[in-house]
Design a protein around this ligand. Structure first.
Ligand SMILES: [Zn+2]
Length: 91
C-alpha cells in the first residue's frame, strides 16, 4: 500500500500532491474517489524534524541568504517526506 492510497477504497492517489503535503493530524480532507474523510497520523509530525534541525543550524550561519536557502531545503524535504512516507488514515 502506497502512502497516497485511500484507507477506505484503495484509490491512489486519494488526494493531490499539494494537499497530502499540507495535511496535518488535526486536518482532514476527502478522498477524490470515494469522498470519505482521510487525514494523516500523528507520526506525520516527525517530518518536522528536518525543519527543527535547520533552525538550529541557522544560529551558526552568518548570512541571511544561507538561512533562507536552508529553510527552503528543509521545507521541501518535509513536504517530500510527508508525501512519500506518511500514510493516509481514516477519519
Ligand atoms: Zn477513497
Amino acid at each position: 500500500m502506497k502512502a497516497t492510497t485511500c484507507p477506505h477504497c484503495g484509490h491512489s492517489p486519494a488526494v493531490p500532491l499539494w494537499r497530502k503535503s499540507t495535511l496535518g493530524p488535526a486536518v482532514t480532507t476527502r478522498c477524490r474517489a470515494c469522498n470519505h474523510k482521510v487525514s494523516v497520523s500523528w507520526t506525520s509530525l516527525l517530518t518536522l524534524i528536518p525543519m527543527f534541525g535547520v533552525i538550529s543550524l541557522t544560529s551558526l550561519s552568518t548570512g541571511i541568504a544561507t538561512n533562507v536557502a536552508l529553510l527552503a531545503v528543509a521545507l521541501v524535504l518535509g513536504y517530500v517526506l510527508q508525501w512519500k512516507f506518511v500514510p493516509l488514515v481514516k477519519r
